[in-house]
Structure formats: structure tokens, C-alpha cells
Design a protein around this ligand. Sequence first.
Ligand code: SF4
Length: 755
Amino acid sequence: MVFDLDMIKQVYSRIPGRVAAARAAVNRPLTLTEKILYAHLWQGEASEDFARGVSYVDFAPDRVAMQDATAQMALLQFMQAGRDKVAVPSTVHCDHLIQAKVGAVADLQTAVDKNKEVYDFLASVSNKYGIGFWKAGAGIIHQVVLENYAFPGGMMIGTDSHTPNAGGLGMIAIGVGGADACDVMAGLAWELKFPKLIGVKLTGKLSGWTSAKDVILKVAGILTVKGGTDHIVEYFGEGARSLSATGKGTICNMGAEIGATTSIFGYDENSASYLRGTGRAEVAALADGIAEHLTGDAEVYANPEKYFDQVIEINLSELEPHINGPFTPDLAWPLSKFAQAVRENGWPAKLDVGLIGSCTNSSYEDISRAASLAQQAVDKNLKAKAEYTITPGSEMVRYTVERDGFLGTFDQMGGVVLANACGPCIGQWARHGAEKQEKNSIITSFNRNFAKRADGNPNTHAFVASPEIVTALAIAGDLTFNPVTDTLTNEKGEQVKLEEPKGLDLPTKGFAVEDAGYQAPAADGSKVQVAVSPSSERLQLLDPFKAWEGTDLHGLKLLIKAKGKCTTDHISMAGPWLRFRGHLDNISNNLLIGAINYFNETANKVKNQISGEYGEVPAVQRAYKAAGIGSIVVGDENYGEGSSREHAAMEPRHLGVRAILVKSFARIHETNLKKQGMLALTFANKADYEKVQENDSIDILGLTSFAPGKPLRIVLNHADGSKDEIVVNHSYNEQQIEWFKAGAALNIIRAQFAG
Ligand code: SF4
């Protein structure tokens, strides 16, 4: 048993009382989201109906989960916090650093050799501070968490943006930066802007080619990549109850792509079956005991418009399979319209690779349904025309699907099984020929499809769909194939049709595994040594950031005015840079190298205002730092969307950028900037973005009276001697202003423990 039953018992013992108190305090029925949030208030009592989308509220999460890429920085920060043990149950999962090249066994061995230093660091720091450690090959964080730790009514934060996957089991699970994880592990409150609520009512029942993935592909099309910002999405209705727990996990997982804070489903019979099927019958029994509190009140679901800020209704019986993309996950196409879209837009119709897996779609159910199609391909003499890869979500799933013969079926179809890890989903894909940057198409069951994400090639058109649709299209090798209506020509020249996929939520013989890949921490870690070599290229102990100098900021140089989409991938690229995640100075050499410079429409080419020459962004910023000159980054809408990586905030801080001024921020990135002592500012008038010129010298005024809700002013001193003064907004509260003044949130934590 790796889960913490005592902790779950404690949480369940307080939920009924807190829900009753909260219902009385707000004097109306409650959504599920509100029940769980109120049950996890840091202060314990809900004394008011918090203003949704406005109030900042302190919470007490029950768990922390970290993946290996982000855990390095989170734990380097935690080591600075001055504690001997984590304050809440926490785990580390080694999944992001395994590169997919030839197949599971060889790739895993290569990763273990290549990443030894990092894995040793993570294993030892986990051992020392009481953190559960899942070694490389154990599986993808969110699948492992769903199988072992997620529980209905719980609250978890995780250093990965797809942490909401655990919402499939009724948990409020939110992706955060490593700095937030560090706070919670240090025993401090965790602050969140009280979310607005979107209710998604699901009616009907899935059938045929449609699967849970299509629900979120459809929702992404409705809400777009920004529509869920500052919202929690709560699914309910008979359709919701008809979905498997892992199917619900898929939907919650990809809620990250609409910018949602998280997504959640209520506890039901399918949740209980999954808990029992994954060795947690005690948790199911406990949840049964308080089941009425693990779902929204009946009055809420009867009149959702009264209690949610927005309501969407989807009839699962009528829902078509969807394919979303390319280059953005919210470009949603019903399957029946997709072939025409491919032709009209000139996207490459030939499909090169189909990839199934990732944390979104790597459950037993997903793999068994995809395997039913692979079996048909074998039976009907069809050879997969595209390359095809399978990434199991965990060693438990992999072992079980191998036992049940599915991996053998994929093998017969020509598929390649990759390690139980992120692999191509995070750019860890040594794709043959990608460097030629040819225009091509791939389709995946992943969640993200921004340019370059999978293979680094900007001309790869990546589409996302369910594992079933990915498999069918990989068999056809053709993006315009519609398995619902079209036939394929087999090896014998016959016309054959694929039947609807079939699968099982849970294995009839139960899950099995030989070595799940878990290492429990030492009971007393005080003697455990954490080794970080001073000459390491990949790990570097942190030095505290300097406190604010106490004055307004004058003479800042414009580092870059980024145009259009600027995700955390553009700010701190993944792929090969992942190896430097634990070394702030080295990884800073990727700062903003993917952002497009407004003035020359080119990536990684900005003007150095000291020399007048154009150079790469990190080099220009290092020149400003060396000269003791601060700088500012200007950006467009939803700056920092994509992931929780705090490197995107730490790198500019480390290199001497003082402020990020944008039209709007993605939530996690904005918080990360604040944690690191940066100024995260937004144009009061978005049109002022146009006033920023390439040679500007910039002043930030009003800092000596920096206060919540009070705008700051910025003076743009143009090269011709003219000026523009503009108003800029911020969302700092009192505490966050203290972080800014101290130079970083961590500086305050350390002082508290030292005191
Ligand atoms: S989205 Fe991809 S990279 Fe992120 S955790 Fe899931 S599988 Fe890994």
C-alpha cells in the first residue's frame, strides 16, 4: 500500500462538518467543487461566499506530486526552506526525461545511464525528506497518481499542468509551479484565486467510435484555449456517471488545454470500481460512507444555470468523434468534417505517424480499445500504413496489457511499444529525419499539439484524437480516412471495413505487476546525504534572489516585444533543454528563444541596445546583466500559457529581467512570476502594446506605494526623445507584494523557519 490511508481518513472525518458549515454560511446548495474547496480552507471555516474569480483564498492541499523535470527545481527550492521532512504526503515521478528512440527496454536503459546524476539526486532528496519516489519506467505521473493516490474529495497540487487528471476520481487537483509545491511541502498555506465555475452537463451515453476523449475535444472547441481560465469545470449528469474513471481522467486531464484551473467529476459507482480494481477497497468503503458530500447537491444539478457561471450541455449519444488541430488543441473538427478540412487547408493528407499513450490516454480501457482495432487489422490482412507507437501509462498497465495479449497484437500490426513515460509528448522523441523540417502530419492521443512540441519540426502538423481514431488513421495512413464510413484495401486487394472498437474499463483478471517501480523513503532521513556536484552541468544549488532595492525602476531596456502566442515552450523550451532543469544558469540559455520578435518577425533575434547589434535573446540579456542594466519583456495575450514550469519565470529573474508586461497572462505563469519576485503587469489599455518601440528605455513608477488593486505607471522613453506614459494593472495581493519586496517568496519562507 503506497497511499496514505490515515490522511484520507482525516480528510473524510472533516468533510461532512465543513460542508454543512459552508452550506449554512452561504445559505444555498453547493456544487461539488465548492464542497471540496470549502473542506480544504486553510482557516477551516467558510465564513462567506468568496467572490469567484476575484478573492484570493488560502487552502491546505492533502498531497503534492512532482514529475522529474519540475521536481528538480521544486526540491532544490525545498532544500532552501529549512525543514527536515515534507509537511504533506508527496511523491516524485521519473517520466519526462526518457527519450523515445527505438523501444521501451533500450530507451529506458539509455535514460537511466544518461540521467543517472538527476535520478540519484531525486532518489536521495526524496529519501531524505520523506517523499515517495517512482523510478524511471514506473509510469507517467498522472496515471500513477490516478492508480495509487487520487481519492474523491481530496485536494492535490502537482508540478505539472496535467495534474487535473486526478479530477477523474473526484479530486481537486491543480497544476502549479515548483515554488508552490515548495510552499505546501514546507507546511504553508497555498493560495488560489477562488475560481469561477463552469458546469458541463453530460446527457446520453457514449457508443461506437466515440470515447471520453471526444468530450474534451468538443469542449476545447467550444471554450478555446482561454475559455477555462480562472474556472473549475465540473461535469455532472447521467452521461457523466456512465463514464469510466479513467475516461473521466482523460477529460479532466485535457481540461488543461482550455486553461481551466482544474476539472472534476463526482464520486459514483465507476469511481468505486476503479478504486477497488486498483487495490484501494478501503478508500472506496470510506468514500461510500460520505458519498452525498462527494457530489454536488441535487438542487444544483437540477438548476445548474443558478449555481454555475456558465453551463454547457453535451449529449453523449449524439457526440461525434473529433480530431483537433493542427498547432492548437482547440481547433475542433467533427470526424465527418475533417477530411474536407484537410483538403481545403492543404494539410498533408498522408499520415506519417500515429502515436497512442501519454497521461491523457494510456489506461487499460484506452489500450484495450485501440488493441481491438489492431486485432482487426491483423485479422483483415491490413498492414498499418503509418508508423505506430504505443506508450503505456504505467508499469501496472503495461504489465497487465502485455499479460492480456494486447502488446502482442500491436506488435503484429507493426506497432512499437515505447517506455512507460512521456516520450514524444514532451518532445523527447528522436524522430528520424525531423531535422529536415519537412511538412508532414502526425496524429496522437496526447493533449498538446503546439508547433515543434513532439519532434522539434515546425512543419509537423500534429493532430489530437482518441486512441481509437489514432489507431484507425494509422492503419489507413491517411488523414482523410473516416473509419465510420470508409473502407480500406487490404493486402489481398479486398475492400474491408473496421468495426467499432471494443474494450474494457478494467481487466477481468485484475491488474498485475511485478515491480511497479516504487521506492519508499527512509523513516529517518537525517543521515541521508543529498549529493550535488559543484561541477555538475545539470544540477546547481540555488542562491537567493536579491531583495527589491526600494525604489522605482528607471532605464530598463526592452529585451523583446513578443508577438502572438508565447507559451512556456516559447519562453523556456523543452526537448533537449530538459537536461538542464536543475541548473538555473545553464537552462537560462534558452530564455525566450522561441518567442517571435514583433519588430522583425523572427525568433531569437533582438536588438542589443548597448551595441546596436542584433543577437540571440539570452546573449543580449546577459549583456544587459553584465552592464548592470535591468530589462523588460513585453508580450501579447495569454502569455505563458501551456505549462507550469517555473523556469519560465526563474530564468528571466536570474538574468536580470525586472518585469513582464503583457495584454494578459496564463494563471500559473503569472503566479510563478510573482513567486520569483518578478513584476507581472498587464496593459490597462491593451492598445498600448502598440506604443512600445524597439529602442525604448522604460521606467516603472509607483513601486514605493505598490498596493493591491492600485495600478502602476510605465514611461516609455522613445529614442527620438518623445515619451508615452501608460497605466498598467497587476493582481498582486498584500502577501505577493511582500514576495516582490523580499526578492522571492522563498526568501520569506526561509526567514520564517530561521526565525
Ligand atoms: S502531457 Fe505529456 S509530457 Fe505532460 S505529463 Fe502528460 S505525457 Fe507527460
